[in-house]
Design a protein around this ligand. Sequence first.
Ligand code: ADP
Ligand code: MG
Length: 439
Amino acid sequence: MTFQDLNLTTPLVNGLTDMGFDTPTPIQQKAFPIIMSGKDTVGIAQTGTGKTLAYLLPVIRQLRFSEQRQPRVLVLVPTRELVIQVMEEAKKLAKYTSLRIDGVYGGVNINTQSARIYQGVDVLVATPGRLFDLAMRGTLRLKSVQKLVIDEVDEMLNLGFRPQLVSILELLPPKRQNLMFSASLADDVEAIIRDFFTDPQWIDVHFRGMPVDLITHHVYQVPNFATRFNLLSLLLEDDDVFEKVMIFTPSRKIADKIFNKLTPRYGGQMGVIHSNKSQNQRFNTLHDFKTGDIRILISTDLVARGVDIFEVSHVINLGLPEIPSAYLHRTGRTGRVDKRGLAISIISDQELELKNAVEKYINLQMEEMPLPDDLVISKATDWDDDLKPLAGDKSYLKPPKINQGQSAFHQKIAKNQKVNLGGPGKKKRLAAKKRKTKK
Ligand code: ADP
Ligand code: MG
């Protein structure tokens, strides 16, 4: 099967050809006719399997030229980096059409974005916080939205974005098509689907939560954090093998500290990214890593989701994430689209429980690696304070405050709106429950 078989228009096929794609991935094949039929859809497929185009293709295929200024398609994603990525993919796909595609996110001047949006947009990609702010200002009128896509919805909910998401859903016209895509699904997502989706079609391309078959999982067990650092530094030495490495750390502070400590040895080859960095720095660092100007990216879970980087050779976890699905998303940054990848976790004795939880979740045993002979086992405890509490980088999605006036406005809107609360019948819900991987 090729894209030619998908009932696409010539401009879209040309866009795909420019992108270098001729064969739809399985999720793209399955999602196309279902989304084209106008049904609400929930699509679950492994990381790096082309979910973005799976929704963009049919959604953009159905858009006709319009002079209307307000967006007809809204794509919600959890991070600013993802706004840019999805927007760029949509722009490439729609290169030979006259569709207007734009993106909005927090951390930059809202007036500039406001003015741009006012010019008119067909497909808007957004983070929930900024979108909500623009809607409250009246710049955006969401009543024009015909199709809503929620990408990585469980991450949005993990990070406390539920109020924003629900507020936005309530501002949308009741008659619309809802689409949801992710590599993993959590319990609270089901509630959103039940409350806001109508008779959703489920597309399951693989057993949910399975790690991509292209990724090999290694684990090193060391006595303490200082030794973890020594091992990391040692591994990175081999730059023929460790060509393009993402390092996930438990906190912003530790990310910075690792960056500083590695600088004498690897300065110029590294960048660090987390939510305390300015938006410009965030974009520049990610850009340098994508283009290969730097080979090592030290980060928090900020970039664990959805971010698509060409040929990441290794994902290194300095400690395991507390939520097992986060492991899946982190390691899913490698092994993308037919490229092999290696995930390495460096853990200490206290993390064996987390390791078991992750292995159970991904349904796979990590391969235990012997420690290299030249590894210096450290007795230093200078990291220990930084590790308590083992806080992740969750602040990057701090929901904007909804003030009194706005929430009153909201209740009114919610009351006046006929939201379909019927949801799927009991049978469907039970079936959905069965499909869920979350234990
Ligand atoms: P996911 O959201 O499933 O993690 P993405 O949508 O980010 O995956 O896609 C992963 C990579 O695969 C991207 O670089 C994308 O451009 C590429 N890609 C998407 N569709 C195809 C295709 N049909 N053929 C080849 N590469 C593709
Ligand atoms: Mg994605």
